[in-house]
Design a protein around this ligand. Structure first.
Ligand code: GLY
Length: 404
């Protein structure tokens, strides 16, 4: 086991971690921040609505399942097993909400879902363990550092690490046919779990994997305009890039909105942990790409793909807006005043739109989800204009970040 100076830096950095961001309960937040502006009030109402909605969702959730989405046209709630990449967002959202309003019902439900989720710590068939385990158990450990949570997180980091290839310099995202090594931009979001594991154990292996993955992605995934491809297919024997393409976006050469959001959030975390200028530069470049894009609407909730062919008659993706808002609020802390002002204002605009009547569910509707109008996978005709667990999770995170 190797132990390095950076373990201490990471530990300090984790104090401001995303899945590990410090938040307080409702009264304390309101007292300390003296939030009196209109948006603060709107956020307070949205957080209260979220608590009501999630209690409604609990009544719809089939036993042993996690929420996946809700289909408004057919009034159908859809659940998933714990192995679905989104399973951790449900307990993660409940924990954030409980942190805000100290609601025992939400906490009890979070504990129940965590218990159901914990077997995924041994899952080596997915790169999404960061999403699944860190947004859930990462938050749980931050709030209540139980040894059991720590063990689960370390095992999860070990499972995720099995997917790393030294030759490619990246963690494999999706299993595919022999000769493929697929890496998607989304995978940047799974690195925070690895940083946490090095901080927790002193074993630099996890940290080194995260750095290599981020550097390989930085080298290959981005275009000259700083937008990113969705999927890269590497040759597993040589590490050469064989193909750059999309899966969930409009076209291979288009800028799928959620992919840009994952990259923005991912490199912001990279800078938080390492303080390396190249990662900050990348996060800033992505932020500037999306915020200055001619197809970014004035209300700052992006279309599902920046290059979708029928803009403005295309669907927005509220989840992409929520992820971007949360990332921008953090990125604003790392940049000079002019940029900080812009990122803060644009994040505020995103949150303002997403907590307004067009996007926030009316009480007792939307399958208990908070946020409407997410877009999952248009090319597969799946999860189109529906609520998504990650939309809710990152909106709640962004709202708490804003209040703080
Ligand atoms: N592949 C994860 C996502 O839909 O963003």
């Amino acid at each position: 086991m190797k132990k390095h100076w950076y373990v201490f830096l990471i530990t300090a950095g984790m104090m401001a971690a995303s899945c590990g961001q410090n938040t307080n309960n409702k009264d304390k937040i309101e007292k300390e921040t003296e939030v009196v502006d209109g948006l603060g009030n709107q956020i307070g109402q949205a957080l209260d609505r979220a608590a009501v909605q999630y209690k409604h969702m609990m009544t719809l959730l089939p036993e042993g399942e996690f929420p996946k989405t809700y289909h408004p046209k057919t009034d159908k709630f859809e659940g998933s097993g714990s192995g679905w990449w989104c399973s951790g967002f449900y307990p993660g959202t409940l924990l954030y909400l409980n942190e805000y309003n100290a609601d025992k019902v939400l906490k009890g439900e979070a504990d129940r879902a965590l218990d159901l989720l914990k077997k995924e710590q041994y899952n080596t068939s997915t790169h999404d363990l960061g999403f699944m385990m860190y947004c859930s158990f990462g938050n749980a450990f931050r709030l209540d550092p139980k040894p059991e949570y720590k063990e689960i997180l370390i095992q999860s980091a070990q499972s995720l690490s099995t997917r790393f290839s030294e030759k490619v310099g990246a963690i494999k995202s999706w299993d595919s046919k022999e000769g493929d090594f697929l890496v998607i931009i989304d995978n940047m979001m799974n690195l925070e779990l690895l940083f946490w594991a090095t901080a927790a154990t002193g074993d630099s292996t996890y940290y080194d994997i995260a750095i290599k993955h981020a550097d390989t992605t930085l080298k290959n995934h981005f275009r000259e305009d700083h937008s990113s491809y969705h999927v890269l297919n590497y040759d597993p024997e040589t590490g050469e890039v064989n193909k750059k393409r999309t899966a969930q976006g409009y076209a291979d050469e288009s800028a799928w909105a959620r992919g840009q959001a994952w990259g923005l959030y991912g490199y912001t975390v990279m800078y938080r942990v390492t303080k390396e200028q190249k990662y900050l530069d990348q996060a800033v470049a992505i932020a500037d790409f999306v915020l200055n894009h001619p197809n970014m609407p004035e209300d700052k909730v992006p279309y599902w793909d920046f290059d979708a062919p029928n803009i403005p008659d295309e669907l927005r993706d509220s989840s992409a807006g929520a992820i971007m808002a949360s990332a921008l609020l953090e990125l604003a802390e790392y940049v000079e005043a002019g940029k900080a002002e812009k990122y803060g204002q644009d994040a505020k605009q995103m949150i303002n739109t997403l907590t307004g009547p067009e996007y926030i569910a009316a009480e007792g509707t939307n399958g208990g989800f908070l946020l409407k109008h997410g877009v999952g996978h248009i090319p597969e005709n799946s999860e189109i204009d529906v609520p998504l667990t990650y939309g809710d999770y990152y909106l709640v995170e962004a709202m708490l970040r804003y209040l703080q």
